[in-house]
Design a binder for this molecule. Sequence first.
Ligand code: HEC
Length: 221
Amino acid sequence: MSDKQKDTKVDELLPGDFIPAQELLEHEYDGIQEADNPLPKWWVQLFLICIVFAVVYTPLVHMFDLLPKSFLARDIAHAAMAADQREAELIASGAYDADPVAAGKKYYATFCVTCHGTYGEGGIGPNLTDQFWIHGPEETQIMGTIVNGVAAKGMPTWGPILGERKIKMITAYVMTLWNSNPPAAGKKAEGEAYDMAVIRAPKDAAPADSLATAADTTKKI
Ligand code: HEC
């Protein structure tokens, strides 16, 4: 081995340079050899920091649950109280009863948009503005779907979370969505097609000739 090779430092090497023989590990495959360089300092330090962090964090958080939670609990309690108070004020003001659809729209924006889209056009959940329904378009059917959810398909069970009052208002809003021509592209049809013009026709204003079909409003096309 020449002196020149010995003196060459690994970090001075350029691609294609000869790697000094003493830096190579013994094994060789198809003429390819592995250089025995130390790991970069920053890498080793980061690795050690991770180990120390894991040793402290795991028992603290996952085994003994020792992190202080008083602030979190207090903040959650405050937020819940504030929400209850706003709710009570709205109920007292009669706003909900005056306009259940508008109230339902607000709840929809809070609880449903993530999956059914801002305009009900669908996303993770089905499109609520078209004539296709998996669980039925009638008020009682929609309420049933919301109350019970469809756990296997990812629709949460809202009954225990929202309560009957809110779900009624949300249902009222969902029932206004059919044919609302959402500005966002709607999700493709899911479920079966229903004759929505009949189903959503104002019941007392239905023309005489549609009364026969109105009795069986879940009739499919
Ligand atoms: C985590 C996502 C998610 C959220 C949040 C969610 N849904 Fe759903 N929803 C779904 C999925 C998925 C389905 C389809 C269930 C199926 O395939 O049977 C569904 C189905 C429905 C249906 C039946 C549609 C049909 O075609 O019959 C209605 C109505 C509905 N959701 C209303 C709501 C309302 C109202 C809310 C808010 C309170 C809500 N959903 C919140 C995911 C969600």
